[in-house]
Ligand binder design. Structure first.
Ligand SMILES: Cc1cc2nc3c(=O)[nH]c(=O)nc-3n(C[C@H](O)[C@H](O)[C@H](O)COP(=O)(O)OP(=O)(O)OC[C@H]3O[C@@H](n4cnc5c(N)ncnc54)[C@H](O)[C@@H]3O)c2cc1C
Length: 523
């Protein structure tokens, strides 16, 4: 079995494949998709059903789990496979306050998560064939109608989202709630505790549809597969294969159709429209990020699926550099952090922080928090003390970020004022206080309340917006100013997804847009 060090061993770039080769190879296709996350995979699959030849350019690599080897890094043993071409940044929860940081920088590798330090905001952005579906906690949470309309325009029919598009995504991704026997196992003691606290606090709590194969997790419990979910290994891919990631459903069906070709390790650099065609220039890279060659696709139509950060940066740059000058002036506006926070408190006895994942219970404090709807999802975090329960918080954000292009550095940057950070944290604190106060022993409850710590508001794994409905795009993802240019990913979502994690709503909107586009524009 090759060691990971061997996989990392650097190979010299052959002279014939150097980046500064002057000749740019050109290819043609009918439809081009940039990025293979939720929006990109759904676009590709629906295009394939119409028999439209489609190419997907994805900067990340393809990951296939195996029975023999650990394909991914884990939170307890990090290496370059965790990070996108960055040896030093780490998820905070991969760095125990008392434990060990990796002593050396990680190998520079095309790992799963990009760390973006923008102006006032720290963003995690996925990078892989399948995008965020390999990285995420696999929670597919649907907003209520009331919260939905606090975020989305009335032109979108919630009833249709609820009856058609949300259930279709859940079905396609094979998502379902945690089964009773798994929840009752020793690995999910913390979840049962969270449930008790929420019930005692009078906060509604539900089992989430999780895009996980619970039979694989059962196999982990009974020792038939390597432990992964049950050890709380939820962020950097799943070595046991428990995640129903997009490469196993939407994208697989698209490729199996014969109409879709996915090209990993192709990093798109520039987009321009010429004579009604889209010219997309990209770098073919190796697994250490070295450029091997520069190539170009020329396509009739272009679907943006590079995520909120990727799509927005590419389009803002194209507007300013002249490739797509007619884009609406609102391009790069209406960006939000989904109201994300995180927080924890200690209960004085073993809690959920060292237990199993993925997250599978959602507490919806949507009516009774005086500062607005607050959602809380508990998840394992082995870097905290054993008696802590760690929660991710989401709410309806009010603050808006924007992107702009700087000619001197040739870079697009997100700007965020951080004006509402304390308010966002306070809303989360109010809900956590309800849980902590519900501990049956009054002394323990007092200590738990005193131990509440809330952070975030200035960091997010849920970037949304930049090319949003009703602003730079119409309500079906047609980007204003250009025929045949579409946005299908989280860039389309203004600010956030109504106090829920964004993948399900992003995907449901992609389904809705593709249905409209394929039945009208590409009929
Ligand atoms: C740690 C973590 C945990 C999360 N947990 C959850 C969760 O439990 N539930 C939930 O709903 N959401 C979760 N999310 C958020 C979720 O992953 C995103 O909302 C979702 O993936 C966004 O989908 P998307 O279609 O916008 O694109 P993404 O899934 O972000 O995919 C975009 C793709 O485009 C590619 N790309 C970007 N730029 C380029 C370029 N220039 N050229 C070529 N390719 C490019 C990227 O490599 C990536 O594969 C989590 C995110 C993270 C980081």
């Amino acid at each position: 079995m090759p060691s990971f060090a061997a996989i990392f061993a650097r190979k010299p770039i052959s002279a014939s494949a150097k980046a500064n080769d002057t000749k740019v190879r050109e290819h043609r296709c009918r439809a081009l998709v940039i990025g293979s996350g939720f929006g990109g995979s759904i676009a590709a699959y629906r295009l394939s059903q119409k028999g439209i030849d489609t190419v997907v350019l994805e900067r990340g690599r393809r990951w296939v789990t195996s029975k023999e080897n650990d394909v991914f890094a884990s939170t307890r043993h990090l290496d370059g496979r965790a990070n996108w071409l960055n040896g030093t940044d780490l998820f905070t929860y991969a760095v125990p306050p008392t434990g060990e940081r990796p002593k050396e920088p990680l190998d520079k590798y095309v790992g799963l998560v990009e760390h973006l330090h923008e102006d006032g905001m720290y963003v995690l952005a996925p990078a892989a064939v399948g995008g965020g579906s390999l990285v995420y906690n696999s929670c597919l949470v649907q907003p209520s109608e009331e919260n939905f309309y606090a975020c989305f325009p009335r032109e979108v029919d919630y009833a249709q989202m609820n009856s058609d598009f949300y259930p279709e995504v859940v079905r396609m991704m094979g998502a379902g709630p945690i089964p009773d026997d798994v929840l009752q196992s020793k690995h999910y003691h913390g979840a049962r505790l969270m449930n008790q606290l929420a019930v005692a606090a009078g906060v509604p709590i539900h089992r989430i549809n999780t895009a996980s194969d619970w039979n694989v997790i059962r196999d982990e419990i009974y020792g038939r597969r390597r432990p992964c979910a049950i050890e709380g290994d939820i962020w950097y891919g799943a070595n046991s294969g428990y995640k129903n990631s997009l490469d196993k459903n939407y994208l697989k069906h698209a490729e199996d159709s014969g109409y879709v070709k996915v090209q990993p390790l192709c990093n798109v650099l520039e987009i321009a429209e010429k004579g009604g065609k889209y010219h997309v220039t990209y770098a073919r890279i190796d697994e250490h990020g070295n450029e091997l060659a520069r190539e170009k696709y020329i396509s009739d139509c272009l679907f943006m699926g590079a995520g909120s950060m990727g799509t927005t940066k590419l389009l803002v740059k194209a507007k300013h550099k002249g490739g797509l000058p007619n884009l609406d002036d609102s391009i790069g506006q209406m960006w939000g952090n989904n109201g994300d926070t995180f927080g924890h408190f200690s209960i004085g006895s073993p809690a959920g922080s060292h237990e199993g994942g993925p997250a599978h219970l959602v507490a919806t404090d949507w009516k009774d928090n005086p500062m607005g709807p607050q959602t809380c999802i508990a998840y394992p975090d082995h870097t905290l003390p054993q008696d802590a329960i760690q929660y991710l918080g989401m709410s309806i954000p009010s603050e808006k970020g924007y992107f702009d292009y700087d000619e001197a550095s040739d870079k697009v940057t997100l700007h965020w004022a951080n004006a509402n950070t304390e308010q966002t944290r306070e809303r989360m604190r109010l809900t956590l206080k309800k849980f902590a106060q519900s501990l049956p022993d009054p002394e323990r409850a007092k200590q738990a309340v005193a131990s509440i710590e809330v952070g975030g508001g200035d960091a997010t794994a849920h970037p949304c917006g930049g090319v949003t409905m009703g602003y730079a795009a119409d309500h079906f993802g047609r980007v204003k100013g250009y025929k045949g240019l579409y946005v299908t990913d989280a860039a389309f979502i203004p600010l956030g997804t109504a106090a829920c994690n964004p993948a399900l709503t992003t995907a449901a909107f992609a389904e809705r847009s593709m249905q409209e586009i394929l039945s009208t524009d590409l009929a």
